[in-house]
Every structure is written in C-alpha cells, then in structure tokens.
Design a binder for this molecule. Structure first.
Ligand SMILES: [Cu+2]
Length: 310
C-alpha cells in the first residue's frame, strides 16, 4: 500500500498538499545548505577575512526574512484551504456509517430507520464506489484514530463524543486502514479494510448482512453451534438467529465471509480460526478474548460452524 496514491477526492486533496509541502521544504533545504556551503568555502579560500560590508549583509538578512515569512504564510494558507475543503463537505449528504473504536478492533454499523434493517460488522467497511460515505466515529475506551490513507484523512475517535469525517472511493477495490493514534499494547494490530464495491454489489452485500446467521444442517456445523452456545463465547459475541447476544467482541453473524481475524492480525482461514480460538493471546497479546480450552473435536466443529456463517 502506498499512502501517496489517492483513490478518492479527500485523499487526492491531502496528497496534493503533501507534495506542495514536500517540494517547498526540499527547495528551502537545498537553498539553505547550498548557501551555507558557499559561505564556508568562500571563507576558507579567502586569505584575509573579507572586509565587512554591513549594508549588503543587512540587505541579505532582510530578503531572507521576507522570503521565509512569505513561504510560511503561503503554506499555512494552502493547509487551511485543504482543511476547509474537507470540513466544508461535512454538510453534504452521504451514506451514513458509524464506526466505533475498541481496544483493539472496529465495530462498523449501518444505521437504518427500521431497526431490523440495520447492519453490524467488524473490521471491514463495505462501501459503494463513487458515493460519499459520511462517517460518525465513536470510542468506548481510549482515543483511536481512523485512517484509510488512500481514501480520506485521519480523524480521532474520542470517548463520549462523536466526531465526523467522510471518504469516497472512486473505483471498486480493497483499501487498507489503520488506527493512527497509539491506543495501547495492540495498537499496531488494529487494522481494517475498506472494501469498495460496484453499487449493485454493495446492495447485495448489505442485504446478505441483514439476514440472521444461516442455519447449516451439516451435522458437524450443528455440533459446532452447540459448542459455541455451551462455552463462554456467547457472553462476548452476538450471532443473530441464535441466543448469543454478547457485545464485548465482534458480531460473528457473518464471520465466515470476513477476510481477517483480530482486526487484520491474521487471515480468516480454518487453521487461523482454530489457532485464534485456542490461544488468541499468543497472536494478539492483551486482547480482551481469553484463551479458551475446548477439546480438539469440539474445536474442529466450532471452526466448521463459524466458517459456515457466510
Ligand atoms: Cu490505536
């Protein structure tokens, strides 16, 4: 991932500003170091220190000071203009999505006036390409920062406050995001994906997410469900459609269709799922999910069940 390759308007503005700042800073650096080198060489080669020419010296200092002030003022102006362009667009319409930061994962919520049509998932922000997404950001514990560099700017998630930002992906694709404010031990393992779909595909995804967990009639998956319900899992995780309502950890209703486990800590495949349940602390030390002792047979059934939740 290259943070300097924008894939949406907000990121585009920020990257433009970045290049302007970089170019000006680089030019000033080269000029300053060049002038210093020139002065050193001239001084060295002169047999006698050159006669003081106060007037010329004063003039040069005045020019340099004026230039510095002009450059800093223009940069401040450029920065203000970019910030204003991003902030101004808050008033515009967009598809509302709520993101809640937790140590150390992201809850993603798609509100709907009809409560049963709302959708909740984790660590993946699915969006339609070419549409503006209005995000409201919350935190339940410490300050986090939402950052999907190819699509938008950083925005802090602050406990007991709602902050807003927006982003847009011009084309379908998968973009990486990351918590950008140190929030504890596993801050680095607090990643997420923004998955931009063709608008029709997005609707399909949303409709699938609205459904409760699919009931698989596979005997092993059925057994896995019983294991899930008989272990502590249901105190921390919700699976809509079965009596599991926990909210300490991510909603697992469609876990089988997600790409990662533990906020991009590991890929979502069978082996990782088993390893994660057996000993999440090994892969993400300090995470709120305790290691859970389940006999191997049950663990296999549990993995089959979770994988079936597409
Ligand atoms: Cu963080």
């Amino acid at each position: 991932m290259n943070i300097l390759s924008p894939a949406g308007p907000v990121a585009q503005w920020i990257v433009q500003l970045w290049w302007v700042l970089f170019a000006v800073a680089a030019a000033v650096y080269v000029l300053t170091v060049g002038a210093l080198a020139y002065a050193v060489i001239r001084r060295r080669n002169a047999a006698e220190p050159a006669a003081e020419n106060r007037a010329a010296k004063n003039r040069n200092v005045a020019i340099a000071t004026g230039l510095t002030a002009a450059i800093l003022t223009s940069l401040a102006f450029a920065s203000y203009t970019t910030g204003h362009a991003i902030a101004d667009s808050h008033a515009m319409e967009g598809i509302p999505v709520s993101v809640t930061g937790q140590q150390w994962w992201w809850e993603v919520y798609y509100p709907n006036p009809e409560a049963r049509l709302a959708v909740v998932t984790a660590n993946e922000l699915h969006i339609p390409a070419g549409r503006r997404i209005k995000l409201d950001l919350r935190s339940v514990d410490v300050i986090h920062s939402f950052w999907a560099p190819n699509l938008g700017g950083k925005r802090d998630l602050i406990p007991s406050r709602v902050t807003m930002t927006w982003l847009q992906a011009d084309k379908p694709g998968v973009y990486r995001g990351q918590c950008a404010e140190f929030c504890g031990y596993q801050h680095a393992h607090m990643g997420f994906l923004v998955i931009a779909h063709e608008p029709g595909e997005f609707q399909k995804w949303l409709e699938n997410e609205r459904k409760p967990a699919v009931e698989s009639f596979d005997a092993v998956a059925q057994r896995g469900k019983q294991v899930f319900l008989s272990q502590a899992c249901m105190f921390c995780h919700a699976i809509r459609g079965i009596p599991a309502f926990g909210s300490t950890g991510p909603d697992l209703t469609h876990i089988g269709s997600r790409q990662s486990l533990g906020a991009l800590t590991m890929r979502n495949d069978r082996a990782s799922l088993i390893n994660w349940i057996r000993d999440s602390q090994h892969y993400k030390p300090g995470t709120r999910m305790p290691p859970i002792r389940v006999p191997d047979n049950d663990l296999n059934a549990l993995a089959t069940y979770l994988e079936s939740l597409k």
